[in-house]
Design a protein around this ligand. Structure first.
Ligand SMILES: Nc1nc2c(ncn2[C@@H]2O[C@H](COP(=O)(O)OP(=O)(O)O)[C@@H](O)[C@H]2O)c(=O)[nH]1
Ligand SMILES: [Mg+2]
Length: 205
């Protein structure tokens, strides 16, 4: 169960369509197919009736999607932003340019970005594309939380070593990375608690 209630939902294909900058934004970035939309659905408690579009074909989503969340208790609220993925091999040069334009407009447009939630496939760790984007985000001192997806695809006995290897490879994360598996389980619940906490703590720095 979740007490998160998704509210206004907006899709932006370009800067002109970004919604008014009102609430702190948690921006989900990661490679195509890593599980950004799946995790948003899980956090919103929408594993059956999905709100974020989940695709079996990588490289489909070219828009930024905004999900406004009101937490129970009424305090504040925030926005989850599902950014288009990168690293999908067969996209053309023009699409790549469009992707960069959307992403760079987003991060340079004085949006109230609280932090970036960087999704990384637990099987692969950081790949090209991840390093390119995170290097660029480092340049603007953007705080990040790393969340591994597809933890269920690594056998239990290998999970600890895999986790340690990934962390040692130089991930930037405000908390030790979470490991999720596309289900509304304990890890999802801990993440649901961590997100508003991180927003609050970063605001107080
Ligand atoms: N086994 C497993 N599959 C996942 C997980 N997260 C996402 N998927 C699957 O990976 C595919 C891509 O997911 P999607 O959320 O659309 O990725 P996005 O492109 O990053 O938004 C879909 O078939 C999902 O069902 C996970 O944690 N475990
Ligand atoms: Mg998606």
């Amino acid at each position: 169960m979740t007490d998160w209630q998704p509210d206004v939902i907006c899709t932006a294909w370009n800067r002109a369509q970004f919604p008014a900058a009102e609430l702190p934004e948690v921006v989900f970035v990661g490679r195509s197919n890593v599980g950004k939309s799946t995790l948003i659905n899980v956090l919103l408690g929408r594993t059956r009736k999905k709100v974020a579009y989940v695709s079996s074909k990588p490289g489909k989503t070219r828009s930024a999607n905004f999900y406004r969340v009101r937490a129970a208790g009424g305090e504040g609220g925030f926005c989850l932003v599902d950014m288009p993925g990168y690293g999908y091999a067969s996209i053309g040069a023009e699409e790549k340019i469009n992707w960069w334009r959307l992403v760079s407009d987003f991060f340079s447009d004085y949006r109230p970005v609280a932090f970036v939630l960087h999704l990384v496939d637990f099987r692969h760790g950081l790949l090209e594309g991840d390093r390119e984007l995170t290097g660029w985000l480092d340049g603007m001192d953007m705080p990040r939380l790393v969340v591994f997806t597809k933890g269920d695809k690594i056998p239990k006995g290998r999970a600890k070593g895999q986790y340690e290897r990934h962390v040692a490879s130089g991930l930037a994360s405000v908390l030790p990375p979470f490991v999720t598996n596309g289900k509304n389980d304990q890890a999802a619940e801990r993440l649901r608690q961590a997100i508003p906490q991180i927003i609050r703590e970063l605001r107080n720095i």
